[in-house]
Write a protein that binds this ligand. Structure first.
Ligand SMILES: NC(=O)c1ccc[n+]([C@@H]2O[C@H](COP(=O)([O-])OP(=O)(O)OC[C@H]3O[C@@H](n4cnc5c(N)ncnc54)[C@H](OP(=O)(O)O)[C@@H]3O)[C@@H](O)[C@H]2O)c1
Length: 258
């Protein structure tokens, strides 16, 4: 991955940050986005460059306005001469998901639409812009983050779960139509991973304990568990893997109550 470039949304913390570090460790340059946390983005870019001797740059992006990906990629073009990997990772939370994160009877179109925009539309525009650049270098690899909340029930997760199912299907369509350009497209579907996003769940402690008890590995997931899967999917070791969802859930979704 030396001399190649990863573009990833939302790498100021959690899974995105772990992915940025894992790719940088492998010699890959990193272009990443932040939304509210510019100070942390700067710290991370400085640390990546100093520690791994790669190039790291950060850009503002709001995935509720997916078209702004086009402006972001223009800035990336000024800093990097190629794009090889794109990971659609960022996710909204807080006010933006009101009416989307909640019980079925409390779901409202605005909240659900916001989650669709941030999950599916952002993946589409970010991937289209990435694909134009990957085509010029003979191919690449695109990943959308997904979640096992579309396989098993998670409290209040109907809005996110349905949109993760939608993005997994969009991934398969993209993979089918971008294969001629040498671009592979896959989803990585995580079980509960210990990040700030999960801490925002009203029943975080319960989810944590339940996940550890359900997993044959007796623990919940860590951001680095997902980062390793992304690195593999972008590497040549995964050269015939496309249109797939790789489930990284510590074996939890296979378990039954009895
Ligand atoms: N945690 C889990 O259990 C889990 C499980 C399966 C899948 N996932 C998926 O993995 C991905 C990352 O989740 P995470 O848990 O690592 O989340 P996280 O720790 O909360 O990080 C979220 C990231 O998204 C950025 N962001 C927030 N609002 C944004 C907006 N409006 N526009 C652009 N960027 C925005 C944040 O940037 P700032 O800090 O700059 O605001 C931050 O970098 C998500 O797609 C999530 O659905 C998570």
């Amino acid at each position: 991955m030396q001399g190649k470039t990863l573009v990833i949304s939302g790498a100021t913390k959690g899974i995105g940050k772990a992915i940025a570090y894992r790719f940088a460790q492998n010699g890959c340059n990193v272009a990443f986005t932040y939304n509210s946390n510019e100070e942390e983005a700067k710290k991370i870019a400085d640390d990546l460059e100093a520690t791994y001797k790669i190039k790291a740059r950060y850009y503002p992006l709001n995935i509720l306005e997916p078209e702004t990906y086009k402006d972001m990629y223009k800035l990336v073009d000024e800093d990097f001469d190629r794009v090889d990997y794109f990971i659609s990772n960022a996710m909204i939370y807080g006010r933006a998901v009101v009416g989307g994160y909640g019980k079925f009877m409390r779901l409202r179109p605005r909240g659900l639409n916001n989650i669709y925009t941030a999950t599916v539309n952002a993946f589409v525009v970010g991937s289209q812009e990435a694909a134009k650049r990957m085509e010029k270098v003979g191919g690449g690899s695109i990943i959308s983050m997904s979640s096992t909340g579309n396989l098993t029930y998670i409290d209040n997760y109907a809005g996110h779960g349905t949109n993760k199912a939608a993005v997994e299907t969009m991934v398969k369509y993209a993979a089918t139509e971008l294969g001629d350009m040498g671009i592979r497209v896959n989803a990585v579907s995580g079980g509960p991973i210990d990040t700030d996003a999960l801490k925002a769940f009203t029943n975080y402690e319960e989810v944590k304990a339940k996940t550890a008890s359900l997993s044959p590995l007796n623990r919940m997931g860590a951001p680095k568990d997902i980062a390793g899967a992304c690195l593999f999917l972008c590497s040549d070791e995964a050269s015939w893997i496309t249109a797939q969802t790789l489930v990284i859930d510590g074996g939890t979704s296979f378990q039954s109550a009895c």
